[in-house]
Design a protein around this ligand. Structure first.
Ligand code: NAI
Ligand code: MG
Length: 356
């Protein structure tokens, strides 16, 4: 039997609620299949630990995760801890420590879920956003001088390297090539940002020559928001910088019905280190503990994890079960339903058991 070592980091807010649901679905899939299983270790890292000990994870936290096949992550962030501390204390050290440079965010309108876009339904919006995940605007470069004085300065320096841009561009072209439309949109802001962004455009043109069967076009990020809303059918695979894709993918999630259905994978394509799978959403303080967090984003990211582990059949089975349950109207309130997290999870597990 194939056994996968999974590190679960549920962390904060609704993180533990949705990760528990995701693990329940993974167990149902393993039982149904019989050919693989999971050895799950849960880590109690996050804001509660920070409040008690001063750090979100132990000093050797990243080292501890090294031997796992994949990381299954909830969300980090608490109302009484500044967001830059939680993000830089847990999620970013893992992404950057394991050089998970490709952040992959599929978006589709699932059956039964309504897009806020009029007349747009399943099939009209089927995108994968590839986000550069190791540098750019989130490289952490910058600083503050004259702190607290009237002349205080803060700098936030975006770092774009030829190696970093080339590898994400190759990843995006390859992903576009694997999809039926073989079409990539490269997003920049190379009119106003005339150094790093112009280099993006140049490298996109260079890498495109390695993929003659992939067609591609370019968009400025501001115009891209308009195209996503007005012509969702005109897009397929999208590549953008860390910041731009962060923003565009929240918009994509909302256009597909809710942030509660949007998944993400932080991938080390070279497989030197474990990759990390998480819903896009945060800890959602407003609904924490109410039992109504939408688990679909976490199921979808579990399917991405299965794909990455080589269990493509199980990944497909999970998505078919999720789509069936959504089509049946068993949905949480964020997508217009009345079901609880538990009811959606039980229905998905039931559909997995019943699937051929
Ligand atoms: P959020 O994603 O937590 O919530 C935004 C809105 O979407 C809220 O109204 C929430 O109820 C709703 N929502 C999100 N996920 C949902 C789900 N699964 N089911 C139903 N409704 C859902 O973003 P917000 O409010 O900006 O951030 C809250 C905290 O989460 C902050 O501390 C932030 O830093 C952190 N955060 C963490 C992320 C991560 O760990 N990767 C990502 C985004 C935010
Ligand atoms: Mg975000």
């Amino acid at each position: 039997m194939r056994e996968y070592k999974i590190a679960a980091i549920p962390a904060d807010g609704i993180g533990p609620e949705v990760i528990a649901a995701g693990l329940q679905a993974l167990v149902a899939l393993a039982r149904r299949d019989g050919g693989f299983g999971f050895d799950v270790t849960s880590f109690d890292w996050g804001s509660d630990r920070y409040k008690k000990t001063g750090t979100l994870m132990p000093e050797d936290g990243v080292e501890q995760l090294k031997t796992f096949d994949a990381i299954f992550f909830g969300a980090v962030g608490a109302p009484d801890v500044p967001d830059h501390i939680t993000l830089w204390g847990l999620r970013l050290p893992i992404c950057q420590g394991f050089d998970q440079y490709a952040n992959v965010r599929p978006t589709r309108i699932l059956p039964g879920i309504h897009s806020p876009l009029e007349g747009v339904g399943p099939g009209d919006l089927d995108w994968v956003i590839v986000r550069e995940n190791s540098e750019g605007e989130y490289a952490g470069s910058g600083g503050r001088a004259h702190k607290g004085l009237p002349e205080e300065v803060g700098t936030e320096v975006a770092i774009f390297t030829r190696v970093g841009v080339t590898r994400i561009m190759r990843y995006a072209f390859r992903l576009a090539q694997s999809r039926p439309r073989k079409f990539l949109t490269v997003v920049t802001k190379s009119n106003a940002q005339r150094h790093g962004m112009v280099m993006w455009d140049e490298i996109a043109a260079e890498v495109s020559e390695e993929f003659p069967d992939v067609s591609w076009d370019k968009m400025l990020v501001d115009a891209m928001t308009v195209r996503m809303v007005k012509q969702p059918q005109s897009l397929d695979t999208i590549v953008a910088t860390n910041l731009h894709a962060d923003i565009l993918s929240d918009l994509a999630g909302a256009l597909a019905g809710s942030l509660g259905v949007a998944p993400t994978a932080n991938i080390d394509p070279e497989r030197r280190y474990p990759s990390m799978f998480e819903p896009i959403h945060g800890s959602a303080f407003d609904i924490t503990g109410k039992g109504i967090a939408n688990p679909v984003a976490t199921f979808w990211t579990a399917a991405q994890m299965l794909d990455h582990l080589g269990e493509a059949d199980a990944a497909k089975r999970l998505m078919i079960a999720v789509e069936q349950v959504c089509a049946d109207g068993v949905m949480t309130p964020d997508v217009g339903g009345t079901a609880t997290t538990r009811q959606v999870t039980d229905a998905v597990c039931e559909a997995i058991r019943g699937a051929n």
